[in-house]
Design a binder for this molecule. Structure first.
Ligand SMILES: [Zn+2]
Length: 247
């Protein structure tokens, strides 16, 4: 519960209209470093959020908090990718190894950001990118649990639901086609090719059929008994709704 509250607070800060540029990143950097100090944790690879980055916070296997390098809005994807490669002696293969990412969500977000840049202006490919994101995030959730995965999943899901309902404009999100600088495009295509070979290109599987006597809660992505009258009032559901709304 305590952990959920921290995430909730950080998310509300992120979306506070008065917060302005550079507020969220400073708060997160401060919270992360204080938390680790108090808990005596020394994370190997914390990403200090750059000005304007509204990245997620992950919990590592050792219980340290770290800033995400890629997951979240405002990401300076190309700079952060170059940084990651540099940290690995200029070796892209080494840079993309899973142990370099505090959460698989960060790796999934890297390829998602890249697809958004490569496919800008193509709403069909952007939707595919979102579906691939969700397919991998679901796998990550089974391993890492909710803390690292749920806020990111809820955001992408809410966006897709909004588009399907016609509330959000697909073309607005897919943006205008971009002409990326040559070296950037080549590196991006290389990263996509490598990560897809690792399984980061799977489409979202067809939804399993809803079992008899159950209903689906799309917000929480679970099946619940038709007789369950308390789910919508549960803390977990309310938190998920809040996260989805505020993204
Ligand atoms: Zn629910």
């Amino acid at each position: 519960m305590e952990r959920e509250l921290v995430v909730e607070k950080l998310i509300s800060l992120k979306n506070n209209g008065q917060s302005g540029k550079g507020f969220y990143d400073k708060i997160v950097n401060k919270v992360v470093s204080l938390y680790n100090k108090v808990k005596g944790k020394k994370p190997a690879k914390n990403h200090i959020l750059k000005d304007g980055e509204k990245h997620a916070v992950f919990k590592t296997k050792d219980g340290a908090l770290v800033g995400a390098k890629f997951a979240g809005p405002g990401s300076k994807t190309y700079d952060n990718l170059k940084e990651l490669i540099k940290e690995n002696g200029g070796d892209l293969t080494k840079a993309l190894r899973s142990e370099n990412f505090a959460s698989d969500i960060d790796k999934i977000s890297l390829i998602h950001d890249i697809r958004y840049d490569l496919f800008a202006g193509d709403s069909k490919k952007i939707r595919e990118a979102d579906q691939k994101y969700i397919a991998k995030a679901k796998e990550a959730r089974k391993v890492e649990g909710n803390f690292n995965t749920l806020p990111a999943m809820a955001g992408i899901k809410a966006k897709m639901i909004g588009e399907d309902l016609g509330i959000l404009n697909k073309d607005k999100f897919s943006g205008k086609a971009k002409v990326l600088p040559e070296d950037e495009r080549i590196l991006y295509e290389d990263v996509v090719r490598r990560l897809e070979q690792e399984g980061y290109g799977k489409q979202r599987p067809e939804r399993t059929r809803i079992p008899m006597n159950k209903v689906e809660c799309k917000v929480c992505d679970v099946f619940i008994s038709k007789k369950n009258k308390t789910h919508k009032g549960s803390n977990k559901h309310i938190l998920n709704v809040k996260i989805a709304n505020e993204k």
